[in-house]
Design a protein around this ligand. Structure first.
Ligand SMILES: [Cu+2]
Length: 343
């Protein structure tokens, strides 16, 4: 929480010393081009001018499949008894996420953001006996609010910072029936919970640079979780650096390539209702990782006409490297599609 407060003070002090903006429009970084927004999987990448609203909807599909121990692919049978230490292993976990966002700029320097998320997940399992079963969870996830502060926009470059809060509106009490619990429901392991259960600070710094038909962006972002949730644990903090290059193919079309480097800390504490011997996902030793992923995408932009300022973006990404703590499902393909409309 201390880090969060000092970041607010840091931004506030910079705003006091900020100069009156005298840069001409041609020298400015501009959002009014297809590559004026980052690849659709990146959030908080752009700011708005005074009085502007933007509404957005994103759909994300993420799939996890097969097991890694550290950075090595292992067989399911290596993870469960008698060879391994667990009674049950997950085999795959597809996830759908719907994200509804709004942005509003009360001034040229500040853009406010709010985002509501709906998650639905299912996890397939393999038991020692060879039997399989599936658990499911879905619901409204954590709600995010934030403010972007523009430090400067000149020489076709922009730098802005983000201070945000993730509000624990998502459930950490998701339950389902398993063969061991049948006919009763039991609490599901950590990855199947919808929210973090804690108030989390989200801080980011984004740098943008444009040329005539090319643009570059880089965003460093962290999620700092505070305290412990009602089930006596805290999810790991997240750190990432995301970089992208976009190429303008037409006034209405750009293509993007993105490369991300990230880390997630281990879960702190443990839910006393989960038995870590039962299933890999209930053991907090199997949480946290370092990873890299890369994505290819495109942005469509209506630069004139009745649909002016409507955008559609899509991106597909794959992990290049993942080094897990313990044993975890491997991240596979992620697909993000979104529409954005500014007025
Ligand atoms: Cu926006």
């Amino acid at each position: 929480m201390k880090k969060y407060i000092s970041a607010i003070l840091f931004m506030a002090s910079i705003s006091i010393f900020a100069q009156e903006d005298t840069t001409s429009p041609e020298q400015k970084w501009s959002g009014s081009r297809p590559d004026g927004h980052a690849p659709i999987s990146v959030m908080g990448d752009h700011t708005h001018g005074k009085g502007d609203f933007m509404f957005s909807y994103r759909y994300m599909y993420m799939n996890m499949e097969d097991l890694n121990e550290n950075s090595e692919n292992i067989e399911f049978l290596d993870a469960i008894m008698p060879t391994g230490n667990y009674m049950v292993t997950p085999t795959s976990m597809p996830m759908d996420m719907h994200m509804l966002g709004m942005m509003y700029a009360p001034s040229n320097k500040v853009t406010l953001m709010v985002m509501a998320n709906y998650l639905s997940m299912s996890m397939d399992h393999l038991m020692m006996t060879g039997a399989t079963f599936t658990t499911e969870s879905s619901g409204l996830s954590d709600t995010k609010i934030g403010a972007l502060y523009k430090f400067f926009n000149k020489n076709k470059q922009q730098l802005h910072g983000q201070v945000g809060l993730s509000i624990p509106t998502g459930s950490i009490e998701e339950m389902d029936v398993t063969p061991a619990s049948s006919p009763n429901e039991v609490i599901l392991p950590y990855p199947m919970q919808i929210g973090s259960g804690t108030w989390d600070a989200e801080l980011a710094l984004t740098y943008l640079k444009q040329w005539n038909t090319l643009s570059f962006g880089s965003q460093a972002k962290t999620t700092i979780r505070t305290g412990k949730n009602d089930n006596d644990y805290r999810l790991g903090n997240k750190y990432s650096i995301n970089n992208w290059l976009s190429l303008v193919a037409a006034d209405w079309l750009s293509f993007s390539g993105r490369f991300e480097l990230g880390a997630i800390d281990k879960i702190e504490g443990a839910n006393p209702d989960l038995n870590p011997m039962m299933v890999i996902t209930a053991d907090t030793a199997n949480s946290g990782m370092t990873y890299t992923n890369a994505g290819l995408g495109f942005n469509l932009y209506a630069f004139k006409g009745g649909l002016k300022n409507l955008r559609l973006g899509a991106e597909a990404s794959l992990p290049l490297f993942q080094n897990m703590n313990g044993i975890q499902l491997r991240t596979k393909e992620t697909i993000t599609i979104g529409v954005q409309y500014a007025l």
